[in-house]
Write a protein that binds this ligand. Structure first.
Ligand code: ATP
Ligand code: MG
Length: 721
């Protein structure tokens, strides 16, 4: 590695340098996006090492993701000029806590090899507890309790600390006891859930002062990135570790930006920033104002948008980067398909101009938006990677739905059968499933066929026989309907009738909402297919594509996971009310939800270095019906002089407000299902008629444009003149 020499400081501006050099005593760096907060942290660690103030093992540094930790290690090694023997205490709150817990596992009633439970395991465990307590899971879903557990743990509350008012509500007063039982059960399983990693660490420190003292001696310096998104448990954890010295002398440095606090829904407390100066009296506060990342237009757009939030700490940002730069573009497109097509074209154009795909990212509000881009890029042969989540067709709920469809189309698909036989739960235990498999093997028939045979025998318990008979009946029924029903309707019916949707509805977690949206998106993606076989064929081709990761590729990710990153070109699709800001945040009373969405918008825009391209679809097609969408309210909050508006759809709709009503075309009855939007002129079937194959005539104040709906269908979009 190249030795960077002592001039690792010379590239810094005076405030950044001060933040790097002020190694002793508490320090808060409060600064907007792209001002070099993360760079300051990295350089600070390099400085501490080069000045031999501490060994790598004596520095505790917390990053937001494991990826950020890896990047930081590389960067520090480069600055220090030699390969480090590692920075064992550089990682996320969770990874560092797990490491600490393993060293003292017996003190928190665990063994060092304890397992860390994932959500599925956690839910299974809660269900067992509910059953043991005779609590009706339909009324008191396990997911709901998991959410409560999470919230308690984020707030640093052990079972004994949860106020009765908080826990009493669940299962008529049993919530508190369930928390005790749950923790006890974890111990017998020698397991910890995610929240425990921090919580048990806190308990370890509180109950064992000598252990805490060991860490006080060990950690000479503490550094935390993205401090605005720390929750209460993380805050308590940090405070305990920083208590080795009087608060005013603690060597703790936190960096953050209140405007980028986007994890409130997970218990993050932006107030932790405000508390810092109280907790660590005399803390130095450094503000960085020069942004090194983005052009003036990007900064102006981001600053103007975020200024609509109340209750900010207030920061200014400026840049020296060349004159203005490209304006932010805001493009309205007809629908999400056109959005994907347009963005795909632009990416190819930039690529022809010599820009790397790695320098471009598409940042979406919700993961269901990703599919359209994935499909388009596959068609174009454009390399992409999905960060922070599996690709659309690899998601659990999508694979489950596909398994049902495969089994309908192909009753011999045993893998599909195994996947869904107990999803949703049907009370078929492992022994039953094993028995079915044995029969199938013995008789040399597919599983579904084996089931048919078994239900006629006495080998099964009556309850299971009934369940399986019903299941076989459902599959016969679905196979019958598959012959006539369009696939997108079939999948909806299957998901309803199988109980899959109910299972997701009972699940109150944030993820389950996303899963439902993904399933809706799946059904939407099937609209263009006339036969189930055709669709499944398409899917198997799409799924077969293997991922090559280190290659040059466009990144597709959510706004949440883009925090801290930067790209030359950033695409921000789906800026429509209801998508971004999310419907949920708009329905909420009070401003908190919307303000968090606006911060998300700020995070999104400030990821861009040279170019930010926002788009909105005028129509979202949901369940075969068009819904007109209006551009995000945040568009109006952008400064007009930094934004260039392109409207690709206004020929058939009022500016900015979509095509109004539109119909999904069905060859037999073109206007069979005309969607009606409140407040819009209703595009009634009888206002438009087609004579033979001649042109469409429209009555009233409507205009029409023909639309290719893909595949076999075509149609007309109707809008106000
Ligand atoms: P965010 O709030 O988005 O996490 P940040 O404040 O952590 O942003 P960095 O990611 O550290 O900002 O820096 C933004 C970009 O500016 C990086 O590419 C970084 O290398 C560059 N940068 C920071 N400081 C300087 C400097 N003094 N000279 C040149 N480039 C700099
Ligand atoms: Mg950063």
């Amino acid at each position: 590695r190249q030795n960077a020499g002592p001039d690792y400081l010379s590239g810094l501006n005076p405030e950044q340098r001060e933040a790097v050099l002020s190694t002793e005593g508490p320090l808060l760096v409060l600064a907007g996006a792209g001002t070099g907060k993360t760079r300051v942290l990295t350089t600070r660690i390099a400085h501490i090492l080069r000045e031999k103030k501490a060994w790598p093992s004596e520095i505790l540094s917390v990053t937001f993701t494991n990826k950020a930790a890896r990047e930081m290690k590389d960067r520090i090694a480069y600055l220090v000029g030699n390969a480090l023997e590692g920075m064992p205490w550089l990682g996320t709150f969770h990874s560092i806590s797990a490491r600490i817990l393993r060293r003292h596992a017996e003190l928190v009633d665990l063994k060092p090899q304890f397992t860390i439970l994932d959500t599925d395991d956690q839910i299974r465990l809660i269900k067992q507890l509910l059953e043991a307590e005779n609590i009706d899971e339909k009324r008191w879903p396990a997911r709901q309790f998991a959410g409560m557990l999470d919230a308690w743990k984020n707030r640093g509350l052990l079972p004994k600390d949860v106020p009765a008012a908080d826990s009493g509500y669940f299962a008529n007063g049993k919530g508190g006891k369930l928390y005790y039982d749950y923790q006890a059960r974890l111990k017998t399983l020698n397991a910890a859930d995610f929240g425990d990693l921090l919580l048990e660490c806190i308990r370890l420190f509180r109950e064992n002062p000598e252990v805490l003292a060991e860490y006080h001696r060990r950690f000479k310096y503490i550094l935390v990135d993205e401090y605005q998104d720390s929750n209460t448990a993380q805050y308590l954890w940090l405070r305990l570790l920083a208590q080795g010295k009087p608060a005013s002398e603690a060597n703790i440095c936190v960096v953050g930006d209140d405007d980028q606090s986007i994890y409130g829904w997970r218990g993050a407390e932006v107030d932790n920033i405000l508390r810092f100066e109280t907790d660590f009296p005399g803390a130095k506060v450094i503000k960085l104002e020069r942004n090194y990342r983005s052009t003036a237009n990007i900064l102006k757009a981001a600053s103007t948008l975020i200024a609509y939030n109340e209750g900010r700490l207030g920061k200014t940002l400026f840049t020296d980067i060349a004159e203005g730069g490209e304006p932010i573009s805001f493009t309205q497109v007809y629908d999400s398909e056109e959005e994907a097509r347009t963005i795909g074209e632009e990416i190819e154009q930039y690529q022809r101009q010599g820009e790397a795909l790695n320098s471009m990212a598409i940042l979406v509000r919700a993961s269901f938006q990703m599919r359209e881009f994935e499909e388009r890029f596959i068609t174009l042969g454009l390399n992409y990677r999905v960060v922070g989540g599996p690709r659309f067709y690899e998601r659990k709920e999508i694979r489950d739905a596909l398994a049902y469809l495969r089994l309908v189309a192909q009753p011999a698909d045993d893998l599909a059968f195994e996947r869904i036989v107990n999803v949703p739960k049907r009370g078929l235990g492992d022994t039953t499933v094993k028995m079915l498999m044995e029969t199938a093997r013995h008789m040399q028939v597919p599983l579904l066929q084996a089931v048919r045979m078994m239900v006629e025998t006495e080998d099964l318990k009556p309850k299971q026989r009934t369940t399986l008979r019903a299941l076989v009946g459902q599959f016969d029924d679905w196979a019958y309907r598959a012959e006539t029903l369009p696939p997108y309707q079939l999948v909806e019916q299957i998901l309803e009738e199988s109980g899959y949707m109910d299972m997701l509805s009972a699940d109150k977690s944030v993820e389950s909402q996303g899963r439902k949206e993904n399933l809706k998106e799946l059904s939407r993606s099937m609209e263009e297919f006339e036969s189930l076989g055709g669709f499944l064929e398409h899917i198997s081709l799409v799924m077969d594509r293997d991922s090559a990761d280190s290659s040059d590729a466009v990144t597709i990710m959510t706004l949440h996971s883009a925090k801290g990153l930067e790209f030359d070109t950033v695409f921000l699709p789906g800026w429509e009310d209801g998508t971004f800001p999310s419907q949920r945040s708009m329905d909420e009373s009070g401003r908190a939800g919307l303000e968090e969405e606006r911060r998300l918008g700020y995070v999104g825009i400030t990821r861009g270095r040279k170019r930010v391209r926002i788009s909105a679809a005028q129509n979202r097609r949901i369940h075969g019906l068009w819904q007109s969408a209006i551009p995000s309210r945040f568009i109006d909050e952008l400064p007009p002089d930094a934004v260039e508006v392109t409207d690709r759809g206004s020929a058939y709709g009022g500016y900015g407000y979509g095509g109004g009503a539109a119909s999904r075309f069905n060859k037999a009855d073109p206007f069979e299902s005309v969607y009606e939007t409140p407040g819009w002129q209703r595009a009634r079937a009888n206002q438009a008629s087609r004579k033979g194959d001649g042109p469409l005539t429209i009555e009233g104040d409507l205009v029409a444009r023909s639309v290719d709906l893909g595949g076999q269908s075509s149609g007309y979009a109707l809008g106000e003149r």
